[in-house]
Design a protein around this ligand. Structure first.
Ligand code: ADP
Ligand code: MG
Length: 729
């Protein structure tokens, strides 16, 4: 009988780098070739219609249906000229990933003749028969169907023969059933609030953008090894596997030379991404073996998020051509680094100012400090919610582990910014602000006018770090839709800026000078937001204790962390900013708990199958061999001799017996725990039961299975081992 594992290794070794046809010309020749960009639109759509469209999009107004009709004709013409035969509304359901339903560009008229068709209505709105997507009860409550509707702020693009139209996905009554809708609402709220605050400093500011630059980490694994691991195939992670003797200790993979087969994959991935208009620029090896990262230049948050989702699906497609599988799971392997998706977030103005970068003059620096401190206040008030925005059954394995973000949200500022805030805090009001609009504003704080940031001031243990001209939210998981965390952050900051403005305006109306009020409020904020500021080691035990004393959210159980969405502070904030209603929040939580339950249920079942069908049979086979050996030895050697000869055999036989027995009873207990959990009355209690009862039993079983892997004859072990999954390519 052949061993599946050895066959898989052999096939993996045979996989050679795939020849990538080199891209035609230079990047500028093919960048965004598959996108209906604004420039390209000019060739297909009349000028007055476009003017109206751009105007509406740029000012966040609804597009008129007549315009949609004309635009649709232009889009179809362009798409068909480029080989498209189908179109799809491309949306972002709450289950994660993206969804699409393809329709062909033709219909039959009454006489049964074929007509090419793509009307304004099909562009504008569709009713995908998508009743299986979770709505957390919204559609039951309102007895309404889901609709997808065009998001004209993100351009349409081609994937192969299909025209993809980015859309929002909402219930008939308008409740959001996706991530895009509230993300767009949150940027609108943030842009409005930030623009208002900018007026204190610069009346030229008409528009503020929220930016996102994501860094996507992922693992690659050879497809034949992958297909010999049912756990990887069905859950995206290894549910068992002993650590490889050599793993990431030497850190020789980080930034190392990229292996030829992987490089070929990356080249093709970049080519495909660039054609789709995704400005990818960075690629490198990550810390763990076979772990990599890709990052584009930052863009408007809505577009950047679409691009991230698109990249995730392009990756999977390209990987298959190279006989790889992409693992986007946050923790495919225990004991080595997991994968995150750092979200670099900033705000910038139509006047070209990055509101989170120190400026060229004291006025801009006061503006910078204002925005920085308001972000700190927002993150502090909503630290529990921000944590809720990144948790999932998959990211749970990354949180709080030693090489991953801690399960407490805090902000790292670095030495320089901390010094500036300390000085401001202790500056006297009299010496602080004497303003003369024409002359230099004197802040009385010597180094505010020239904050030069040293980019090397980094702290990898911080989940939310200031990195010179942006904040980097590092707790986001690699498989997540970044929209979830970006919308929470946007909304929290929007609310905070509204509070700030209300207070400043009130005091100005009472006759206090503007600069003094700004300075005063900022000074108070600097003191108030101290709890969230932490530059030390986020992984340490002392921090856990200190964070609790500071009143930060220290909950580690994912089902309970999700509760933060429904806290009075969260509900108030989301309603005030019109990002999510209480009903929408409720439904989102239901979906989160339900997804958590389903993921764990699948994992637990796969684990049961694996140990019963792979691990225990191998263990028993090896044990039988040893037992037969003991008997044979007894026949050949004298009793005195056999005592020492059999020592090793006996020891292994007993260990196998011990671990097999523990696995066997563990599986029984796990199955019972699962059945109990499934009988719980609601999704939250189910999720809690899976977390509290099923998860620990899985960890237990794994420990015994991994112990068996170490002692059983290598030839009998059928599941590819960590050293093979991570090092064979
Ligand atoms: P590092 O690994 O050092 O954090 P990378 O170059 O891998 O740096 O990624 C940095 C990411 O941050 C990129 O996506 C980049 O476009 C983005 N970024 C840079 N400046 C800003 C900014 N002002 N706002 C948002 N994102 C930014
Ligand atoms: Mg980074």
């Amino acid at each position: 009988m052949g061993n599946v594992r050895f066959d898989a290794i052999r096939r993996a070794m045979e996989h050679k780098p795939v020849n990538v046809s080199s891209p035609e010309g230079r990047v500028k020749d093919y960048f965004a070739r598959d996108v209906f960009t604004r420039d390209r639109m000019k060739e297909y759509i009349s000028e007055d219609v476009l003017q109206q469209l751009f105007d509406d999009v740029d000012n966040g107004r609804t597009i008129h249906r007549d315009i949609a009709g004309t635009v649709a004709i232009g889009i179809r013409k362009w798409a068909m000229e480029h080989g498209a035969t189908h179109y799809t509304h491309w949306f972002q359901p709450l289950t994660g990933g993206t969804a699409e339903k393809h329709d062909a560009f033709f219909t039959l008229n009454r006489d049964g003749q074929l007509m090419e068709e793509f009307s304004g209505d099909s562009l504008y709105q569709q009713e995908p028969d998508a009743s299986s997507f979770p709505s957390g009860g919204i559609r039951n409550t309102f007895e309404a169907r889901g609709y997808s509707a065009w998001d004209p702020s993100s351009p349409v693009f081609l994937i192969g023969d299909t025209l993809c139209i980015p859309t929002v996905f909402v219930a008939y009554t308008g409740e959001a059933l996706d991530y895009k809708t509230p993300l767009i609402r949150s940027t609108a709220a943030l842009c409005h609030a930030a623009r208002e605050v900018c007026q204190y400093f610069d009346k030229q500011v008409k528009h503020v953008h929220a930016n996102l630059g994501w860094e996507q980490e992922y693992f690659l694994v050879d497809e034949s090894l992958y297909s010999a691991r049912p756990d990887l195939m069905l859950t995206g992670r290894t549910l068992m596997g002993h650590n490889s003797a050599k793993s990431q200790q030497l850190e020789d993979h980080y930034f190392g030379a990229i292996p030829a087969r992987v490089l070929a994959f990356m080249q093709e991935l970049e080519y495909e991404a660039l054609k789709a208009g995704i400005p990818v620029r960075t690629r490198h090896n990550e810390v763990a073996p076979n772990q990599f990262e890709m990052a584009p230049i930052f863009e408007d948050v809505n577009l950047a998020n679409d691009h991230n989702l698109l990249v995730m699906s392009i990756m999977e497609r390209v990987a298959e051509r190279h006989h790889f599988r992409v693992l986007l799971h946050e923790k495919p392997y225990a004991g080595v680094n997991g994968s995150g998706k750092h979200c670099n977030w900033s705000m910038s103005t139509n006047t070209g100012i990055n509101l989170l970068a120190p400026g060229k003059n004291p006025y801009q620096n006061l503006q910078f400090i204002t925005f920085l401190v308001n972000v700190l206040m927002a993150v502090q008030r909503h630290n529990g919610l921000l944590k809720a925005s990144i948790v999932s059954a998959t990211n749970e394995h990354r949180l709080g582990a030693n090489e991953a973000p801690p399960a407490i949200i805090s902000v790292f500022l670095g030495k320089q910014i901390t010094a500036v805030l300390d000085k401001l805090e202790h500056a006297k009001a009299e010496e602080a602000i004497i303003i003369n609009a024409k002359k230099e504003m004197k802040l009385g704080v010597a180094n505010i006018p020239e904050i030069l940031l040293d980019n090397t001031d980094r702290n990898r243990t911080s989940p939310f770090a200031f990195t010179g001209n942006r904040f980097e939210f590092r707790a986001v998981g690699s498989s997540a839709n970044c929209g979830a965390s970006m919308l929470a952050l946007n909304a929290a900051v929007a609310e905070q800026l509204m509070l700030f403005k209300a207070e400043v305006d009130r005091r100005i109306e009472q006759g206090e000078p503007k600069e003094r009020v700004l300075f005063d409020v900022i000074k108070r904020y600097i003191v108030e937001c101290k709890a969230i500021r932490f530059d030390g080691n986020g992984y340490s035990d002392e921090w856990k204790q200190e964070a609790a004393e500071r009143g930060l959210d220290c909950e580690t159980s994912v089902p309970k962390i999700i509760d933060s969405y429904l806290s009075p502070t969260s509900i108030e904030m989301f309603e005030k900013t019109s990002v999510l209603s209480e009903a929408e929040l409720q439904s989102r939580c239901e979906v989160k708990w339900e997804t958590y339950v389903k993921k764990l249920q699948i994992e637990s079942r796969v684990m049961g199958d694996l140990v019963v069908n792979h691990v225990l049979p191998a263990a028993k086979r090896y044990q039988t061999m040893l037992l037969q050996n003991v008997l044979a030895v007894k026949q050949v050697f004298s009793e005195d001799e056999t005592a020492s000869l059999n020592e090793m055999d006996y020891s292994i036989i007993r260990q196998i017996e011990h671990h097999s027995g523990a696995i066997f009873s563990g599986v029984e207990r796990m199955t019972e725990a699962r059945h109990r959990a499934n009988r719980m009355p609601d999704e939250r209690s189910k999720a809690l039961a899976y977390h509290d009862d099923v998860l620990p039993l899985m960890a237990d079983i794994r420990e015994h299975a991994d112990a068996l892997e170490l002692i059983i004859d290598d030839e009998m072990w059928t599941l590819p081992k960590y050293r093979e999954l991570m090092f064979v390519h």
